[in-house]
Design a protein. Structure first.
Length: 256
């Protein structure tokens, strides 16, 4: 009788544990709770930490690529290098520092694959971050067919509403002029990255960077994110109104 009672209680306990596990596993991850600035411009560091600690059993010693980092003192991958011992490639048009593998390069869609090969970037990148202030969408479009990435962070132009599909006209030699004519809208980035099997999981509260994860990672770990791929709900407008209006009123193109 006691043995049967113990078995019954054990079965009940197992059922309760499985129920709790399933409940916790079904909860959508709300990345807005994790924003934290350490070395990043805004709260990107906290989001990055949450993502790598979620998708990797061991989040140490992996590989990143980031360009548009200026000196590298304030960027989205410094936290990975200093806290998690990641290695990788940094590029910037005006700065160089061999001690952190920061290379001075002017990046275009014509040379990005050449530069990746020049610096021996592996075909599989754990985290890619792009912040070039103008041709980001075009350069990302060149990278995606050639390289696989777990996490992508890119700056989007939040002066465009979430239903707007807009990309600047490509100009290989253009330098950002400080106006709101730059980059691409959130929807344009989502359309491009959805095509290559990535899902939009978050946009930071300042309306600067958006985060994507490869769908293979999402399926492998059965990850659930709040408002995943919902451009309208994840979009954040530019903090403080954003950059000044383009006085030339230049036109954009759409990505399809």
């Amino acid at each position: 009788m006691k043995k049967e009672l113990c078995i019954g209680l054990l079965i009940i306990l197992i059922v309760i544990i499985l129920f709790i596990y399933r409940q916790n596993n079904d909860i959508n991850i709300d990345l807005s709770k994790y924003e934290k600035k350490i070395y990043s411009q805004n709260g990107e560091d906290g989001i990055t930490i949450k993502l790598i600690e979620t998708i990797y059993t061991n989040p140490n010693n992996k590989y990143y690529v980031e360009f548009g980092v200026e000196s590298g003192s304030e960027c989205n991958t410094r936290i990975l290098r200093e806290k998690y011992n990641w290695d990788g490639l940094l590029m910037d048009g005006s700065n160089e520092n061999n001690s952190i593998n920061l290379r001075k390069e002017f990046i275009t869609r014509e040379n990005i694959i050449y530069l990746f090969k020049k610096y021996k970037v592996p075909k599989y990148i754990n985290l890619l971050c792009i912040d070039l202030d103008f041709n980001d969408h075009y350069i990302l479009k060149k990278i995606l067919p050639e390289y696989r990435t777990d996490i992508i962070i890119c700056e989007y132009n939040s002066s465009h509403k979430p239903q707007e599909n807009k990309v600047v006209k490509y100009d290989a030699n253009y330098m950002w002029d400080g106006t709101n004519y730059f980059g691409a809208s959130l929807l344009a980035f989502q359309k491009l990255l959805n095509k290559y099997n990535y899902s939009l999981v978050y946009c930071d509260k300042m309306g600067v960077n958006c985060f994507f994860i490869h769908n293979d990672i999402i399926r492998m770990y059965n990850l659930k994110f709040k408002n995943i791929n919902n451009c309208k709900l994840l979009y954040n407008p530019p903090y403080g109104g954003g950059h000044i209006q383009d006085p030339k009123n230049r036109t954009y193109v759409s990505y399809n």
